[in-house]
Design a protein around this ligand. Structure first.
Ligand SMILES: Cc1cc2nc3c(=O)[nH]c(=O)nc-3n(C[C@H](O)[C@H](O)[C@H](O)COP(=O)(O)OP(=O)(O)OC[C@H]3O[C@@H](n4cnc5c(N)ncnc54)[C@H](O)[C@@H]3O)c2cc1C
Length: 401
């Protein structure tokens, strides 16, 4: 666990070692199967539930396993994603989804919906932010939630939800959905409402799973439709203005941890390349011993190590909120987004170079590099992509929009 330096303590190191051992034993040998069937993914996920990972990051008061530090959390994401980033996404989604309810101290949601995730029984969570008209719109701080079109209207003691969501992981298979709504787009941030919707309610329906390039079966993505879906008013995370900040905090946290996801993919590719190029020769020397290729590998290593150091240093700021403010505020949002954008740019370079260093063997499924390239690409795109991401980075220094 040397790669995380002194950003993590001995206890975190033990947890990370357990996760790495699990990934080496249970995921690495079946990476291709995970890319070919949901059944293979379910088998691995069940074993991760048995290991206790479903409750990771959930409040210990309800039986969850606490996170010791943001650095530990991101490193766990990296270790899991080194095996398969779709599996990593599904296993960390409960923490992402219930984060706002935990920070908003919503006892009803935590007792009713989060507590079951702290058991040894398998559950699935889904956080639905993206809308058909554009994922980046809702995630763009300069639009202040005004572009959201999924509405929540209070009728007596119930929210009535109408609209649709696009792409969220876990759609159609989850037990619980976190849905980003607006009570009135004209109210902007004050109108944003984050509402927890259990599966099985009248008016809640789903499209068919998307056929994607990567994370084919390990992340299940589909449309969600809300046609007068009614839930008790207590299922709202908190209240006007507060839900906006809870959502922004979750987005910031999601971007920070996405840095770990991306670098997990890059690290896996680096390991494959170092191994492969030791046993491939030209002009009497292994590929990796030639200075041209060693320099290319060195660039990959420097990229990975600097991106990891970047996310670990931002993570340490998340752990010192008294100094650095709310994760949803422009300072930490800028930092978290920057670490994601950079980690994804590095991972893109690492996957491309890795493939070139391996020649045609980098392009076939047997060596998995092409899988990491496909899987990682959506990490770069999700939660706002590199373009909106760069705007958030600048916005951390001076106000835009
Ligand atoms: C496998 C997978 C998993 C996903 N998981 C989830 C999930 O769990 N929950 C969820 O809610 N969504 C999820 N998504 C959706 C994902 O987050 C969005 O697709 C993503 O945010 C981009 O939105 P979009 O596709 O609508 O692109 P658009 O918003 O249409 O963006 C198109 C282009 O315009 C740029 N752009 C748009 N707006 C701006 C702006 N204001 N400033 C600068 N550039 C801009 C973008 O960067 C991009 O280059 C997932 C998608 C996939 C494929």
């Amino acid at each position: 666990m040397k790669r995380y330096g002194t950003f993590i303590d001995d206890e975190s190191r033990r947890l990370l070692q357990n996760v790495r051992n699990f990934v080496n034993r249970e995921i690495m040998p079946v990476r291709q199967e995970l890319d070919e069937s949901r059944e293979a993914c379910e088998k691995v996920i069940k074993k991760l539930v048995d290991l206790g990972m479903q409750k990771y990051g959930l409040s210990p008061k309800y039986g969850g396993m606490p996170i010791r530090s943001a650095a530990e959390y991101c490193a766990v994401c990296e270790e899991l994603a080194r095996g398969d980033s779709g599996i990593a996404t599904e296993m960390t989604c409960p923490e992402w989804l219930f984060g706002p309810a935990m920070r908003g101290r919503n006892k009803v949601v935590l007792e009713k919906f989060m507590a079951p995730f702290c058991s040894d029984e398998r559950h699935t969570a889904c956080f639905a932010l993206t809308e058909p008209a554009g994922g980046c719109n809702g995630e763009d701080s300069t639009q202040h939630g005004m572009s959201l079109r999924t509405t929540a209207k209070l009728d007596g003691d119930e929210w009535v939800i109408n609209g649709s969501k696009r792409w969220p992981g876990g759609a159609g298979i989850a037990d619980i959905y976190g849905v980003l709504c607006t009570t009135d787009p004209a109210l902007g941030e004050e109108g944003v409402a984050l509402i927890y919707v259990p599966d099985g309610l009248p008016g809640l329906t789903f499209g068919k799973p998307e056929n994607k390039s990567g994370m084919k079966y390990s992340d299940v993505n589909a449309d969600i439709y809300f046609d007068n879906v009614r839930v008790p008013k207590e299922y709202r995370a908190s209240g006007p203005g507060e839900d906006w900040m809870l959502f922004r905090g979750a987005l910031s946290w999601g971007r920070l941890s996405s840095s770990g996801f991306a670098i997990g993919n890059a690290q896996a590719v680096l390991e494959i390349v170092i191994d492969y190029t030791a046993n491939r020769f030209y002009k009497g020397k292994s590929v990796r011993e030639h200075t041209l290729q060693a320099a290319m590998i060195a660039d990959m290593i420097m990229g990975i190590e600097s991106a990891r150091a970047y996310y670990l240093s931002v993570a340490s700021m998340f752990d010192t909120r008294s100094e650095f403010g709310d994760p949803g505020g422009s300072f930490l949002m800028g930092k978290a987004t920057g670490s994601k954008v950079y980690a994804c740019d590095v991972t893109e370079m690492v996957c491309n170079r890795g493939m070139e260093l391996m020649g045609a063997y980098g392009y076939i499924k047997e060596y998995h590099v092409e899988k990491y390239l496909r899987d990682f690409k959506i990490i770069q795109i999700w939660e706002g992509g590199g373009q909106l991401g760069r705007i958030e980075v600048a916005n951390g220094y001076y106000p835009l929009g």
